[in-house]
Design a protein around this ligand. Structure first.
Ligand code: SAM
Length: 283
C-alpha cells in the first residue's frame, strides 16, 4: 500500500486496512468516527496525525509477520480501536432463558451426555462465553462444558481471558447476587470470574474469515452474534460456511437478533421459539 499524504487519503488507507484485516466495512461517512477512535492510539504511539500513524503502521507491517500479534502493537491497537466491542452478560435474556430452560440439556442428551462443546465466535471481552458457562452449570448439564472463545482483536481476547470486570460491566446483566457469589470473587472496583470457571474456556485470537481451528469441531453450539452486520454479503457467506461445517449434525448456530441467514443457504434449518430464532445443522 502506498504512503497516504492527506487526511482523506489516510482515511481511505485505514478503511482498506481494516477491511483487509477484519472484514469490517467502514462506510465513506465514518471518517470522523475513525479519527476520534484513533486519537488515543496516536497519542500512545506518539504520532501527530493520521498520516503519521499510517506510516508507522506500514513500517511495522514490513518488519512483523501478519500472525505475530504480540509483536505488532500498532496493528493490535488499530484493529482494537476500529472494531466495535459492545457486549454484556446474558445479552438477549430470552435467548439465555431458552438455553438454560431447555436447549443445553437437549444438546447434551443428543451428544450422549458428553461435555458440551460450544464456541463464542467474536467473543469480545468475554461476557458471552462466561454467560454460556454459567448457563450450562446452572442447567446442571451432565459434564462441565468446554467453551472456545475467539475474537480478531488480540487486546479484547486477552482481557476476556483474565475475566476481570468492573462494577459497571457487571451491572449490565450480572446483577444477580447469587450468581455473582457463585461464579465471581470480588476485586478492587469489580469482580473476577473464579479460576475454575475460567478453566472451562479456551481463548484465542482468530479471524472468522479463516478456517476455524480444527480442534473446535464437532461443536454442539455456536454463538456468533452481532458481528456479521459489519461484513459484506460475500464475507458473511464465507463465515457462515465455516460455522456450519464446525457443527455436528443437529448442532445449533445462534446469530444476533438483527442477523438472519438467507433461505437458500444450504445445511441449516431455521427454528423460531418465542422471540428467539436459531439454526440447526441438518446435513
Ligand atoms: C459487537 S461485538 C459482539 C460481542 C458478542 N458476540 C455479543 O454479541 O455481545 C463484535 C466483535 O466482533 C469482533 N470481530 C470483528 N471482526 C471480526 C472477525 N473478522 N473475526 C473475528 N472477530 C471479529 C470484534 O473485535 C468485536 O469484539
Amino acid at each position: 500500500m502506498a504512503k497516504p499524504e492527506s487526511v482523506a487519503a489516510s482515511y481511505q488507507f485505514l478503511r482498506e486496512y481494516i477491511a483487509g484485516q477484519t472484514g469490517i466495512e467502514l462506510g465513506p461517512d465514518r471518517q470522523y468516527l475513525v479519527e476520534s477512535r484513533l486519537e488515543p492510539v496516536m497519542e500512545e504511539v506518539g504520532c501527530q496525525s493520521l498520516a503519521e500513524l499510517c506510516v508507522a503502521l506500514l513500517r511495522e507491517n514490513q518488519s512483523v509477520p501478519s500472525y505475530a500479534h504480540a509483536a505488532a502493537p500498532i496493528r493490535r491497537k488499530i484493529i482494537h480501536a476500529l472494531s466495535t466491542h459492545e457486549t454484556s452478560f446474558f445479552r438477549d435474556p430470552d435467548l439465555f432463558a431458552l438455553l438454560q430452560s431447555r436447549l443445553l440439556k437437549q444438546l447434551s442428551e443428543e451428544n450422549g451426555c458428553h461435555r458440551l462443546r460450544m464456541w463464542s465466535a467474536a467473543a469480545s471481552s468475554g461476557q458471552e462465553a462466561y454467560s454460556l458457562a454459567m448457563c450450562a452449570l446452572e442447567t446442571g448439564v451432565y459434564a462441565p462444558p468446554l467453551i472456545f472463545a475467539s475474537d480478531v482483536s488480540a487486546i479484547v481476547i486477552e482481557a476476556a481471558s483474565r475475566g476481570c470486570f468492573t462494577d459497571y460491566e457487571l451491572l449490565r446483566g450480572m446483577d444477580d447476587p447469587v450468581l455473582r457469589q457463585r461464579y465471581f470473587v470480588p476485586i478492587k472496583g469489580g469482580a473476577q470470574v473464579k479460576p475454575e470457571i475460567r478453566a472451562l474456556i479456551e481463548f484465542s485470537c482468530a479471524d472468522l474469515r479463516e478456517p476455524p481451528n480444527a480442534k473446535f469441531a464437532p461443536l454442539d453450539l455456536i454463538l456468533c452474534r452481532n458481528v456479521m452486520i459489519y461484513f459484506e454479503e460475500e464475507t458473511r457467506l464465507q463465515v457462515l460456511s465455516h460455522l456450519r461445517d464446525q457443527l455436528r449434525q443437529g448442532g445449533i448456530l445462534i446469530l444476533g437478533a438483527a442477523e438472519t441467514i438467507w433461505s437458500h443457504f444450504v445445511g441449516l434449518e431455521r427454528i423460531q421459539e418465542g422471540n428467539t430464532a436459531f439454526y440447526r445443522r441438518i446435513e
